[in-house]
Write a protein that binds this ligand. Structure first.
Ligand code: SF4
Ligand code: SF4
Length: 318
């Protein structure tokens, strides 16, 4: 499907066979689970509790300025930034996303999917010191724009794909670090109430597709990858570019054959000139199409017909 666009490759199979292989593997496959955000500091041996929570499950926790551990969780934390975190934080600093990412993040690999993700810089030796945004007196200096991982803490977010199910399900787990006094507080809430209070829901719509990509790649890899291959370097680069540098993706859309290749209506084409969130949604949808052949974006009919003719010629069918 992408032969007219040589700027990105899929995981290495033709789309039809990739789809069939994925479906077959999911049918016979077992449960696949991957951690998306957990924020643990790695000081305790086993801070992650072996219990999965649903949105309706309750837990006792309260964090407030009166706790003796105030801000301890903001030292040496493992904070993966989602694309929405980057747009929000860049806006907070009145920067473009690429500048924000260059100054305040380091690239890392998401362990389940193997895809590159940006992590928030922690200062100090081996990154065990305070977060770049922590002020000893006032706490988090970007509180209203803080990343999703920080909003979830002490919950971690994971995704699970059950045997026989095509779609992932979100699941939550408790990170119980010994220094965190918040677990001794009496306030009880459900996971759903906590998510609402922390403003996580506002980030969901944009981040969902991106999280889906991490989960699907984790599924592929847990089963050996498509035909034993890892995702291509070019695809990893595009994933990272769309995740961290929306201006570079905008340049790609407007200066490559992208708009001649895909059905993008005039209203959307106009909006993505300036609307970062709309462009991010388009980019994530496009990645899902390229990587997993999902029907998230449609190719123009004449491009599709040309591709079919070229394939028929290649296989000697015409
Ligand atoms: S962004 Fe704020 S809440 Fe998150 S680790 Fe840094 S200081 Fe703490
Ligand atoms: S109670 Fe837990 S979350 Fe709150 S400041 Fe202390 S360590 Fe951080």
């Amino acid at each position: 499907m992408m032969q007219d666009n040589d700027d990105i490759e899929g995981p290495g199979l033709s789309k039809k066979s990739a789809d069939e292989e994925m479906a077959n593997r999911l049918d016979r496959g077992s449960e696949v689970e991957t951690t998306l955000f957990e924020g643990v500091r790695g000081l305790d041996d086993k801070p992650v509790q072996p219990v999965r929570y649903k949105t309706t499950d309750s837990f006792k926790f309260r964090c407030h300025k009166g706790v003796s551990c105030w801000n301890l969780c903001c030292h040496g934390a493992d904070v993966t930034l989602t694309p929405m975190d980057i747009l929000t934080l860049a806006e907070h600093f009145d920067m473009r996303p690429a500048e924000f990412v260059g100054r305040f993040t380091v690239p890392d690999l998401h362990p389940g999917s193997g895809l590159p993700v940006p992590k928030l810089v922690m200062t100090g030796k081996e990154g065990k010191g305070p977060c770049v945004f922590l002020d000893d007196e006032t706490g988090c200096t970007v509180y209203d724009s803080r990343p999703v991982t920080c909003r979830y803490y002490p919950l971690g977010l994971g995704a699970i794909k059950m045997k026989g199910h095509k779609d992932r399900q979100d699941m939550y787990f408790m990170v119980k670090e010994s220094h965190c006094e918040g677990h001794k507080e009496e306030k009880e809430q459900t996971v759903g109430e906590f998510r609402k209070e922390q403003g996580v829901e506002d980030y969901d719509q944009i981040n969902q597709g991106w999280v889906d990509i991490l989960m699907k790649m984790a599924s592929w890899r847990s089963m050996g990858g498509p035909m034993g291959k890892d995702v291509s370097t070019q695809t990893k680069k595009m994933f990272y570019m769309i995740s961290t540098d929306i201006d570079a993706f905008r340049k790609f859309v407007f200066e490559s054959k992208f708009l001649d290749t895909y059905e993008i209506d005039d209203e959307l084409a106009e909006a993505i000139k300036t609307d970062d969130q709309a462009l991010l949604q388009l980019g994530v949808g496009w990645l899902r199409n390229v990587m997993f052949n999902e029907a998230t974006i449609a190719m123009k009919q004449d491009v599709l017909q040309g591709a079919i003719s070229a394939a028929r010629t290649e296989f000697g069918a015409s």
